[in-house]
Design a binder for this molecule. Structure first.
Ligand code: PRT
Ligand code: ZN
Length: 283
């Protein structure tokens, strides 16, 4: 029995999806032109598909699970369950208008909005009691206002440079998105067990990415203060240095607190601070 997982065949999520599986210790030969590939060391079969088709395949149990953007999951409205956010493919679905226009939500009334996300956009319009016309197009949405096809657009944005080069500005974010792991809702016990195993590994990889291992030297009379700055997983490890009066302190810190804590540690008298990436974190 193998767990079947669908990932994007080519495009923005392809590499990161494969990398995540690899970091979970699962070796898959790269897609190339193949439709599917079997992992050498985990009961997993990987299907390479267009991202738009993945929710449907997962609903139909052609694939048991899939990796796809939340934007696609919400747009397709298929019967699938989101298991975990994966931290890559981050973007937002936003309404954009001409850069010289003053934007207001109610100002969208009676306007024409071009998008590849009619379902999510309609939900947003309904929620905000806006009555606008949705013009669905499948690509190059950003050129629609320039050629007189629409007054505004609703499209994915990451750096914002596509909007900028087309004389548009981001006016309102309607969805924050990133890649997620989705599953079919009626998997049998054995498949659920495999999926849990995969999810356990994904969590360990994700957790490790958000944390760093830190080692430093501290004068013994400053140890309490320094340890107070480093909660660690349980509590920091403290080992005596060969030089008397000094200790080596080891701990784990959150990536987001990193620079703040480093400053405080230095101020407290820490020296020789080393910060190293963590590969996996099981807690
Ligand atoms: O062939 P297939 O159908 O599988 O791929 P696709 O062409 O439909 O999708 P692809 O590979 O472009 O994107 C896959 C997923 O990546 C999307 O569904 C999102 O979840 C995610 N993602 C993250 C993005 C972006 N960032 C993004 N910037 N998808 C698209 N864009 C486009 C956007 O549509 C716009 O044209 O990039 C442009 C804007 O980028 P910036 O950086 O200029 O703002
Ligand atoms: Zn697509």
């Amino acid at each position: 029995m193998k767990l079947k997982i669908a990932i994007q065949k080519s495009g923005r999520l392809h590499e990161d999806s494969l990398r995540l599986l690899k970091e979970c210790g699962i070796d898959i030969s790269n897609g190339g032109n193949k439709l599917k590939s079997t992992a050498a060391n985990f009961p997993l079969e990987v299907y390479f598909l267009r991202d738009d088709d993945i929710p449907q395949y997962v609903e139909d149990a052609v694939a048991d699970a899939g990796i796809v953007g939340e934007n696609v999951v919400y747009e397709k409205k298929k019967e699938v369950e989101i298991m975990a956010q994966l931290g890559f493919g981050k973007c937002r679905l936003s309404i954009a208008v001409d850069k010289n226009e003053t934007f207001s939500k109610q100002g969208l009334n009676g306007k024409k909005i071009a998008t590849s996300y009619p379902v999510i956009l309609q939900d947003y319009l309904d929620k905000n009691k806006i009555s606008a016309e949705i013009h669905e197009i499948s690509g190059s949405v950003e050129i629609a206002p320039g050629i007189g096809l629409a007054d505004a657009i609703c499209d994915l944005v990451s750096s914002g440079s596509t909007l900028f080069t087309n004389g548009l500005k981001e006016a309102e974010t309607i969805l924050e998105s990133q890649s997620v792991l989705i599953r079919n809702k009626t998997l049998d016990q054995e498949k659920v067990r495999l999926l849990e195993k995969l999810l356990f590994r994904i969590r360990a990889v994700r957790k490790a990415k958000n944390n760093k291992y830190i080692l430093l030297n501290a004068p013994n009379n400053k140890l309490n203060e320094i340890i107070g700055l480093l909660p660690g997983m349980k509590s920091p490890t403290v080992l005596p240095l060969a030089e008397s009066g000094w200790s080596s302190v080891h701990s784990v810190i959150d990536e987001n607190d990193f620079w703040d804590i480093i400053e405080q540690l230095k101020d407290a008298g820490a020296q020789g601070i080393l910060v190293v990436p963590i590969e996996k974190m099981i807690i």
